[in-house]
Design a binder for this molecule. Structure first.
Ligand code: BV8
Ligand code: ZN
Length: 253
């Protein structure tokens, strides 16, 4: 931990990449953990445009269940620690694969009456609390429960009448090129990339930290287990982000 704190103290520019693990202590189920996600389905089979085309009702049932679960979750000390770091004096960019909105909630809580924007994350996989039209450009924040009992009650676009879908990036879908290039640029310029709570299995997000190494920076990983990124990490801290992140950033205003 001391070595990691020294790397952070020496870093002017920090890029943070988070995954589902940073929200685990908030009660948000991870994808590939033992608790897994809903029933026996694999995210890779449900979070796809094919699944939505085949059975939009089932996909909305899964997302409505997840949205309900996440609505009841609050940011944990790991989210707050990252928000404090980003609202401090260093230049910090939080890049997240998570769609749960907990980094933004933590940024607003920590900023209070101040400006939360330095701690607002780049959401490379979108947001579960935003919907978009499957046909036109309509897109809007949306947090209420969604009805999925029949095709007729599924949410429809008020502009063109087509089905609305969760505004997240599904497997097989490309990420927003502007957001992705901003994430890679931030990683390339960073002296330090903090990677917390990700299995490092989903691409292209998992290769963002490699841009920091390519740029001559360091990689510190925070995860209870070994991941494909561990071998490339300058340092790997084995443990929970909710416990390790506050210790890592304590004292860095
Ligand atoms: C793309 C949004 C170009 C949705 C998500 C074959 C066919 C098609 C594509 C592919 C293919 N093979 C590979 C691909 C590419 C594919 C991919 O990488 N697949 C993987 C599974 C091999 N990627 C894509 O499809 C991407 N698009 O490539 O476009 C393209 C275009 C056309 C055709 C081909 C390619 C899009 C990927 C985005 C998918 N959307 N989410 C939703 O959420 O509903 S991904 C999903 O997984 C989440 O975003 C999640 O964040 C992400 C990664 O998972 P993790 O965050 O790492 O979470 P996980 O559960 O895996 O791990 C948790 C970790 O936390 C663990 O390490 C655990 O130890 C740790 N942990 C647990 N507790 C704690 C903790 N850590 C700290 N503290 C704790 N307390
Ligand atoms: Zn529409």
């Amino acid at each position: 931990m001391e070595e990691a704190r020294a790397l952070l103290a020496a870093a002017d520019r920090v890029c943070v990449l988070t995954g589902a693990g940073v929200s685990a202590e908030s009660g948000v189920p991870t994808f590939r953990g033992e608790d897994g996600l809903w029933k026996s389905y694999r995210a890779e089979d449900l979070a796809t445009p094919q699944a939505f085309r085949r059975d939009p009702r089932m996909v909305w049932e899964w997302y409505d269940w997840r949205r309900g679960k996440i609505r009841g979750c609050a940011p944990n000390p790991g989210h707050h620690a990252l928000a404090e770091l980003a609202l401090g004096s260093r230049s910090v960019r939080i890049v997240t694969q998570n769609v749960d909105g907990l980094h933004e909630a933590a940024a607003r809580e920590v900023a209070g009456a101040g400006d939360p924007s330095p701690a607002l994350p780049l959401e490379v996989h979108g947001s579960i609390f935003r919907v978009k039209c499957t046909s036109c450009t309509y897109r809007i924040p949306h947090r209420d429960p969604v009805r999925w009992e029949s095709r007729e009650v599924l949410p429809k676009c008020p502009v063109c009448g087509a089905l609305l879908r969760p505004d997240v990036v599904w497997f097989g879908e490309s990420l927003d090129p502007r957001i992705l290039s901003e994430a890679f640029e931030s990683a390339r310029e960073a002296d330090l990339c903090l990677v917390a709570g990700t299995s490092g299995l989903v691409h292209p997000a998992a290769s963002i930290p490699l841009a920091t190494l390519g740029g001559g920076g360091s990689l510190v990983e925070i995860n209870p287990t070994h991941t494909p990124l561990t071998t490339m990490a300058t340092l790997s801290l084995r443990g929970a982000s909710g416990e390790l992140l506050p210790r890592l950033v304590k004292g860095f205003d």
